[in-house]
Ligand binder design. Structure first.
Ligand code: 6R9
Length: 655
């Protein structure tokens, strides 16, 4: 685990208390209130979750059991119940004044804006849902979304949920190859995409990647492609297969009865990187996910009726699912969706959105905050951000300096910062301050949310003493937990539940992070301890990048590791040996970077490629990644190298 982080946090003595005015009106407005809720959960977890599920969701049919954990690690939550996520996000807000409240504010990159009230969003979702039904999509059919950040992305997600068709959103920055793998793995029946999207002042085409993914009948389960017109670029439409969204959807009825879904019906699949092999399709189900997205959003942002919430993530990631779409809408909040990003022509793009739409809750990633710090406070200082009241961060550990800058420069030293630790697998936030209750320390995600039995343990599941490093694990199931890996329950068990084996046979969830807890019980996450790297908050498996490299004809073998990067959190370093007769020059380096971009997506392109005759291996043939990590970071190789087969390779490999 990274020692530097431990050092810096040990020196961190600053504590910030919630503003009195916020605490006075907050739902959870003191540590006593937090502890009371946590104690209620602790004394009878099922009664606690059952109470919250009854109070916070609409049920067509009440559930008769809260949790069935008789076959761990496979959980059943709210068995016997029937509900629908789109009803919880839309229909239930239509009875009162919320019907005409703004549900979604969308800001396009070129500056075009669209707004939907709850009533309008409901109608748009119903039309889309009827269009899906017209294409023969029904309960259980998987729909893939490969979309820019346009309102139709959220509308399509909600439309899928309405008719019980699980969605699989594939990040629009992924390549045709990555899309194809996901279409095949999920057996998608429909792809919803757009002609393109705007990115850094340019129209970037998306539809050609869908065509490439489907070429030569590669994904035969896909029957149709529904295309949203956004950039008005030329767009080839395959006869009989491809349809324009506006032609099919606009004429549909705005009335579409929602499918009463069983609690454990699949809601969506979202692919994420693991330490081995191809990406895993993380499966989330209807009721448990809905409850967790709803509750966490309400607790963490202490949402008020007049708040304007903006989460800067892409809907292609879990953060976009839970905190642009489902959490905010389930709570009847106003959510902002932004197509663009800060760019040289508009470095203040984010601050302009905050000023223009009077954003009061802002949720972004440390990598963005570090980039803003670098360009100086002169940029944000030009904007009026007085409407902000809560700031959030997610995606990777935030260094105390960035945390302080965020609080001070963006939050005017008055907004609490909530550093939220969670994962695709957890469905929603797990460890985070509550803005009206929890005193915060820069760099710590503070305390587990009520009901979350997070702990720092060793490999036998024993709790570690204060300040000792260990594995971040969860001792009890929670409603938002992933249910399985799509098509591979064995992989679910192996990836998350078998690393930590307590002697008493109990089950602990572990998804790869190392952390410590201080004497106040505050959690300090240090980062991944497995072969996953975190580049600008995006999770990438080193194995995926290695496979992409090895698929190039010049490459014999490849090993990929992360190295610390001031802006991106981690950068990607690839060690490559070549096939006989190939030489590692700049041209090949550029070609390999391009190749990885093609296979996975631009975010996976290595920053550095180092060619050598051999990789450091043990005598049994295992690549010694510990050594490569040290070399990549420019550190001396310390620790035991006696198992290294050929010590001379070390000299060749220094970056
Ligand atoms: C939501 C999301 C999950 C991994 C996770 C951890 C890192 C996320 C963090 C954090 C420290 C935080 N991570 N939030 N590390 N502090 N507040 O990012 O999901 O893409 O699945 O990534 O991100 O390493 O294991 P996902």
């Amino acid at each position: 685990m990274p020692e530097a982080t431990i050092e810096s946090v040990l020196q961190e003595g600053r504590v910030f208390h919630p503003p009195a005015e916020l605490a006075a009106s907050a739902r959870i407005g003191s540590m006593e209130a937090y502890r009371a809720l946590a104690a209620e959960a602790e004394s009878d977890p099922e009664a606690f979750w059952g109470r919250l599920a009854r109070e916070h969701l609409h049920w067509f049919e009440p559930f008769d059991t809260v949790l069935d954990w008789s076959q761990p690690p496979f959980a059943t939550w709210f068995g016997g119940g029937r509900t629908n996520l789109s009803v919880n996000c839309l229909d239930r807000h239509l009875d009162g004044p919320r019907a005409d409240k703004t549900a979604l504010i969308w800001e396009g990159e070129p500056g075009d804006t669209r707004r939907f009230t709850y009533r309008e969003l409901h109608a748009a979702v119903c039309r889309a849902a009827n269009a899906l039904r017209a294409l023969g999509i029904g309960k259980g059919d998987l729909v893939a979304l490969y979309m820019p950040m346009v309102p139709e992305a959220a509308i399509a997600m909600l439309a899928c949920a309405r008719i019980g068709a699980p969605h699989s959103v594939v990040f629009g920055g992924f390549s045709a190859e990555a899309l194809r793998d996901r279409l095949i793995d999920g057996q998608a029946k429909l792809v919803i995409t757009a002609d393109g999207g705007f990115r850094k002042d340019k129209a970037v085409a998306l539809k050609p990647a869908v065509d490439a993914a489907l070429a030569d009948g590669a994904a035969p389960s896909v029957e149709h492609v529904l295309v949203v017109r956004r950039t008005e670029q030329d767009c080839a439409m395959a006869e009989g297969r491809d349809l324009w969204w506006h032609e099919l959807v606009d004429g549909q009825s705005a009335d579409c009865p929602a499918e009463p879904m069983e609690s454990e019906d699949r809601l969506f699949v979202l692919y994420t990187s693991g330490s081995t092999g191809k990406p895993k399709g993380v499966v989330h189900t209807t009721a448990g996910y809905n409850l967790w997205a709803h509750l966490t959003f309400q607790w963490i942002f202490d949402i008020r009726e007049d708040d304007v919430h903006w989460c800067t993530a892409d809907v292609g990631w879990i953060t976009g699912h839970s905190y642009i779409v489902y959490g905010p809408l389930s709570n009847g909040a106003t959510t902002v969706m932004y197509e663009g990003a800060p760019r040289p022509s508009k470095p203040g793009a984010f601050w302009e959105v905050i000023q223009k739409h009077r954003v009061s809750i802002f949720y972004t990633a440390p990598t963005a905050i570090r980039a803003f710090m670098k360009s100086g406070r002169e940029v944000p200082d030009q904007y009026d951000m007085g409407t902000l009241r809560i700031l959030g961060t997610v995606g990777e550990p935030i260094n105390p300096e960035a945390w302080m800058w965020y609080r001070d420069v963006i939050g005017g030293d008055r907004c609490p910062v909530v550093d939220t630790w969670w994962q695709t697998e957890t469905g929603g936030v797990m460890i985070s301050p509550l803005p009206g209750a929890t005193p915060t320390k820069p760099g710590s995600c503070t305390l587990p949310l009520p009901g979350i039995a997070a702990d720092i343990v060793d490999l036998e599941g024993r709790s570690q003493p204060a300040d000792a490093g260990g594995y971040l694990a969860v001792r009890r199931p929670w409603p938002g937990m992933m249910r399985t890996v799509h098509g591979d329950p064995e992989r679910f068990r192996k990836s998350y539940w078998e690393h930590i084996r307590p002697a008493d046979g109990s089950w602990l969830y572990f998804a790869g992070d190392g952390a410590r807890r201080d004497a106040d019980g505050y959690f300090w996450v240090m980062g991944r301890v497995d072969d996953v790297i975190n580049v600008s908050g995006h999770r990438l498996g080193t194995m995926e990048i290695e496979s992409a490299l090895v698929s190039h004809p010049a490459v014999a073998e490849a090993a990929v590791v992360g190295r610390p990067d001031e802006l991106k959190g981690e950068g990607i370093v690839a060690f490559v040996t070549l096939e006989a007769g190939r030489s590692g020059d700049d041209a090949l380096m550029a070609e390999l970077r391009g190749h990885v971009g093609q296979e996975i997506g631009p975010i996976a392109r290595p920053d550095v490629i180092r060619f050598s005759d051999a990789l450091p291996k043990t005598r049994s043939g295992k690549i010694m990644r510990r050594i490569l990590r040290a070399l990549a970071a420019g550190e001396e190789v310390s620790g035991d190298t006696s198992t290294l087969e050929d010590r001379s390779v070390l000299d060749q490999l220094r970056v």
